[in-house]
Design a binder for this molecule. Sequence first.
Ligand SMILES: [Zn+2]
Length: 80
Amino acid sequence: MISCDEFVAQVSDYLDGRVPFGERIGVCMHRLMCVRCRNFYRQLKEIVEFVEVNADPPDTGPSEEVRSDLMNQYRERYGS
Ligand SMILES: [Zn+2]
């Protein structure tokens, strides 16, 4: 199974569908097994969806800044 760090590193691409199929399984499995990464995933997904709905122009998605902010918060909270 992939580590929490690997999960966090890939989850943004995962949400965008940019993770290759073989690796998606690892991300998906980790999400099912790990409570904190599941919570993190849910938070990030909500932000991605919120921004996509409210983005102007559409299809921009959340900026890299927003994503890395969230990842930094996660890393600070749980350490690595
Ligand atoms: Zn994890």
